[in-house]
Design a protein around this ligand. Structure first.
Ligand SMILES: C[S@@+](CC[C@H](N)C(=O)[O-])C[C@H]1O[C@@H](n2cnc3c(N)ncnc32)[C@H](O)[C@@H]1O
Length: 221
């Protein structure tokens, strides 16, 4: 049935509703939508920041002058390192200690072992592993650039490096280490030194160099 001037009662009902009802439900809807927008932006943004924070320390070593990425030692490699440490004792350092596996293995063999590592995530993980394996008293980890550390206090030095850094490290260790020190290189040997012992094969090869040998009898400067 038509009302006044051809307007239906339903239309009249709609028209007579207070004008703020429709806009309010519209606002509530858009408020809900914008809340979801904020939430999704927050989740996506937070995830990106977290991925960036975790990934950056793993990627930056590749961007340095000497690219030394995180490649963990194999079980066989660790066994070979431990073999080269037989009859040795005292302090040990792993230069670029990664997830701490060599330091922890050395601590289990009775060494006072220290790892220097650039990647803070790996250092915190190493500390956790050392604690879990009950050697946190004799296995310590520091966030440090290996080129800024002096290794003179260590009588056993382990390095799983890359060929591009071995010459520079050879010179550094020659200057710093005491005469009774032993240096153990994993996978890549030092370019000029003659090893006193070699064990393993392929990627698990390990070379041991005694400071007295690589100094050729000359005293530490
Ligand atoms: C080939 S991995 C060896 C890890 C460990 N030593 C092992 O055998 O399992 C080299 C490690 O050195 C670290 N590294 C790279 N540049 C470094 C620097 N300038 N100072 C300290 N550590 C560094 C990397 O983050 C990586 O964990």
């Amino acid at each position: 049935m038509e009302g006044v001037g051809g307007t239906s009662p339903e239309m009249l009902k709609e028209e007579s509703q207070p004008s703020h009802v429709l806009p309010t439900s519209f606002e509530a809807n858009s408020l809900k939508k914008s809340n979801w927008g904020f939430l999704i932006t927050g989740i996506v943004g937070g995830t990106l920041v977290a991925v960036y924070a975790v990934a950056t320390p793993f990627v930056t070593p590749a961007l340095r002058k000497v690219c030394l990425p995180f490649v963990p030692a194999t079980t066989k490699q660790i066994e070979n390192v431990v073999k080269m440490l037989r009859c040795r004792r005292g302090s040990l350092v792993d230069i670029g200690s990664g997830d701490g596996r060599i330091v922890i293995a050395a601590a289990k063999e009775g060494f006072t072992a220290v790892g220097y590592e650039l990647n803070p995530w790996l250092v915190w993980y190493s500390r956790y592993r050392a604690w879990r394996e009950g050697v946190h008293g004799s296995a310590k980890f520091y966030i440090s650039d290996l080129w800024k550390v002096t290794f003179s206090q260590y009588s056993n030095v382990v390095i799983f490096g890359v060929p591009q850094m071995m010459l520079q490290l050879e010179k550094k260790l020659e200057l710093e280490l005491e005469d009774d020190a032993r240096v153990i290189a994993c996978r890549f040997p030092f370019p000029h030194w003659t090893p006193d012992h070699v064990t393993g094969e392929g990627i698990d090869t390990v070379w041991a160099y005694d400071a007295r040998t690589f100094r050729g009898g000359a005293k530490r400067p």
